[in-house]
Design a binder for this molecule. Sequence first.
Ligand SMILES: C[S@@+](CC[C@H](N)C(=O)[O-])C[C@H]1O[C@@H](n2cnc3c(N)ncnc32)[C@H](O)[C@@H]1O
Length: 206
Amino acid sequence: MSFYEDRVLPHLINIACSSKPTRKQREKIVPLAEGDVLEIGFGSGLNLPFYDSTRVRKIWGLEPSEGMRRKAQPLVDESHLDVEVIDLPGEEIPLQADSVDTVLGTYTLCSIPDAIAALEGMRRVLKPGGRLLYCEHGVAPDENVRRWQSRLNPTWSKFTGGCNMNRDILDLITKAGFEITNDERMYIPGARMLSYNFWGSAKTVR
Ligand SMILES: C[S@@+](CC[C@H](N)C(=O)[O-])C[C@H]1O[C@@H](n2cnc3c(N)ncnc32)[C@H](O)[C@@H]1O
């Protein structure tokens, strides 16, 4: 792993993900998590302050980047929640089938190389009646923005640890066997190519 990926990129991602608009998005989705929670792409732990400690029992945070896990450690240490950070990618969820009440992913499906495999794993570990909660950026509804997204994505992806700005988030979620139960979308403040947000919840189709 290069110095850039290990030391510089985690710092940049942490800054980008700490913006006020993304904090507002976290406020809308993270407090809905309940019971035993699997958070995919735990990153620098920025969701931790938004969990409702009266609803959550345990959080498993999957995060394959050592640099991101290092950044998360201070927030994990100061949190009163029961958090276990695991060094694995979303495509290799180590939990048993039907074992969690909530799967949470924020700004992560853009970066998972095999997003469908990861979502299928999330479906496997969700208990019947459990919920996938998501908040992601992705493909924009406006054709001119979409055109720029596909032009710039290859270069963008190289410098951002594999982030894709133009993924069709709802299509990925439904292709992996989920049914969307709550669907909200809008541009949040920021560059339009990166700021079209999808958030909501989904349940498994069994
Ligand atoms: C833009 S950051 C978002 C981090 C965090 N979810 C947040 O909301 O602040 C994307 C995260 O996905 C992680 N990631 C990359 N590949 C992954 C994979 N295959 N499975 C799970 N997470 C992955 C990155 O290391 C990074 O921490």
